[in-house]
Write a protein that binds this ligand. Sequence first.
Ligand code: AMP
Ligand code: MG
Length: 492
Amino acid sequence: MTDSKNLNFHNRFTELGPEFYQAKAPDSVTDPYLIDFSPSAAKLIDLSPGEGKSQGFIDRFSGNCALEGAQPLAMAYSGHQFGSYNPRLGDGRGILLGEVLNQKQEVWDIHLKGAGPTRFARGFDGRATLQASIREHLASEALNGLGIPTTRSLAIIGIRELIYRQKPELAAILVRIADTHIRFGSFEYFHYTGQPKNVKRLLEFAIQNYYPDIAKESDRYQIFFQRTIQRTAKLIAKWQSVGFIHGVMNTDNMSITGATFDYGPYGFMDRFVSNHTPNHSDTHGRYAYSQQSEIGFWNLNKLAETLIPLISPETLEVEIQQYQPLFNRFYREEMGVKLGLAILDSEFSQLVQKMFYLLQNRQLDYTNFFRFLANHPNDSYSANNNNEDDELKSWLNQYNKLVEREGVSHAERKIQMDSANPKYILRTHLIQSALDKALKESDFSEIKRLRIILENPFEKQSKIFEKYGIDSEYYSQDTPDKFLCKQTSCSA
Ligand code: AMP
Ligand code: MG
């Protein structure tokens, strides 16, 4: 374990040359202070868990003190936003500080979000609100706790500067750790600006750094695309299974390694409403829960277009046609695990289909339904004052039949299901309470508490609740009515 002073920085991205980025250090800030630090994310780069408390860390990761070996830069990219191509994106407020090699020989990007305007800023202030930073921090660590690939959040560092959105807001910097910051949009930028050589260079760079096992293969471009398809399909199947809605699946927010990337107005499904979108600006529901798999496919098509000079259109077509079957397979597997069932035949598919009708019709809480099911038949469903009505009873009968044919004891099934279905998710009212305390009272304790609970979302965690003297039910109960189907605006 090391302190931030001794981190060994490199930045392979600089090898690509100036067309790929703007060299720029983060702007210095006034009086930075720590809001939250994730010791579990710190482990990725062998950083001591107590480092968040050190002024050296805060100065280095807020832009006030240069990091030796780091070659900070803002990356160039473009992308499709809500279906339309936007040529002018790039890291307007993000700085890739560099990469750190850990003791396991893994390389991690360290990126600051909200580190001052770059040449891609388009007149914006280059800053991030404290509110949005808290939201990304909590979601990154929560998705990681759920076992879903994601960028991580090492820390939120507050800065004593007001920034202006609809109203004056507190600002912060998010310290993000990721395997890569290359997006689908990074390829689109070079493709649409007529730089096929740079598309190729970026592709070779990505293969060499993220898939060195195929670097010498003659069909490495095709394998790269295959892997991107596979990882994207797997990621979205996982989102669907936990009820996570990204909210802004623009191609500039799609990581090429299939990690959840760039959190904005995301949400988790509360009572099940399949076409829910948490994004206030998404009036047509383009990025609604029910659309995410389809949008993954659309985005992969946009990536494919950029690769046409390098992979034949026929091969690209063959590969992309694998997406839907792959997604279906991953999704079915995820659902099998959630339901504690291993035989995934047509009866299983029917059961799943009926389950979604039931969830939607009865407006059941998506997360708590599976926890209830793990206790079934020992528990009856009483949430939302819904007695076990006929529809539910009939579905449960069908479920029981499928459970019985597996020959697994209820006790065993419960253990398996409780390790796959979270007890705690990042519910809107939980985020809101953490935000209220932070923004109105400068009390960051609820952010920390939520982060810790969500690191192990499958367990009851009685010890934490005892330690803090809090009611565990508060964190796992159905979302209160007034927070249901809440939407967040992109600028929040
Ligand atoms: P995002 O919504 O964070 O994915 O950002 C979309 C694009 O807008 C990216 O190019 C960002 O870098 C840029 N952007 C968003 N907010 C700001 C800001 N406050 N200052 C500069 N650029 C920004
Ligand atoms: Mg983005």
